[in-house]
Design a protein around this ligand. Sequence first.
Ligand SMILES: Nc1ncnc2c1ncn2[C@@H]1O[C@H](COP(=O)(O)OP(=O)(O)O)[C@@H](O)[C@H]1O
Ligand SMILES: Cc1cn([C@H]2C[C@H](O)[C@@H](COP(=O)(O)OP(=O)(O)O)O2)c(=O)[nH]c1=O
Length: 205
Amino acid sequence: MLVNHGFITFEGIDGAGKSSHIEALAQWLRARGREVLLTREPGGTALAERLRELLLHQPMDALTESLLVFAARRDHLRQVIEPALARGTTVLCDRFTDATFAYQGGGRGFDGQVLVQLESWVQQGRQPDVTLWFDLPPAVAAQRRAAARAADRFESEDETFFTRVREGYAARAAAAPGRFIRIDALQPREAVWAQIAQSLEERGW
Ligand SMILES: Nc1ncnc2c1ncn2[C@@H]1O[C@H](COP(=O)(O)OP(=O)(O)O)[C@@H](O)[C@H]1O
Ligand SMILES: Cc1cn([C@H]2C[C@H](O)[C@@H](COP(=O)(O)OP(=O)(O)O)O2)c(=O)[nH]c1=O
């Protein structure tokens, strides 16, 4: 049997359908006897949730955005993610560093080399074991969002922004093909879930 560590991240442009599947995956893993922790970024600690509020609502430049998401991530890793992984708990995180490369790097056009430096300082080598990338065209995601909720500072961006974010995810996926699972998020919900479960089963989860 394959031995898996336990850090799974969910990624994709806003409205791709991540949030609709995180709880289902938690239940599926618990039914297989795992302890599971659900968390999110930016967020997951009291400090990081305060930084999230600023990030989602306060105007700022791309460097400030990048510093704040990594500050939130540092606190989250030290207080929540690393201790949980050390106890053998599986951590499901709604977004992680691929979002920074996609949104700040791709969307905002911020310097990827600086992001690589910040990633290395903050994470000390920690990477997700599996990343589920919910991929679909930005126009479809925008329709889903419009039907579902009011837009925050990122969700108010136009289609060209989300096209760059999507390209940012595609570049990260191409650079780490063993870690990424591309989910075809255009499919109906049941088919999306079936693809998630099948992909993880194939990898021995
Ligand atoms: N496969 C799907 N087909 C159609 N609509 C979907 C699908 N998955 C999710 N949705 C709907 O799209 C909207 C955005 O989904 P959500 O899970 O909040 O996306 P995200 O967390 O990626 O931003 C919600 O209204 C959700 O019910
Ligand atoms: C983690 C992270 C998120 N973000 C953005 C992407 C999202 O638009 C926003 C919040 O993510 P998310 O929790 O997915 O939003 P929602 O609760 O509305 O589904 O933060 C970044 O720009 N950089 C990052 O590093």
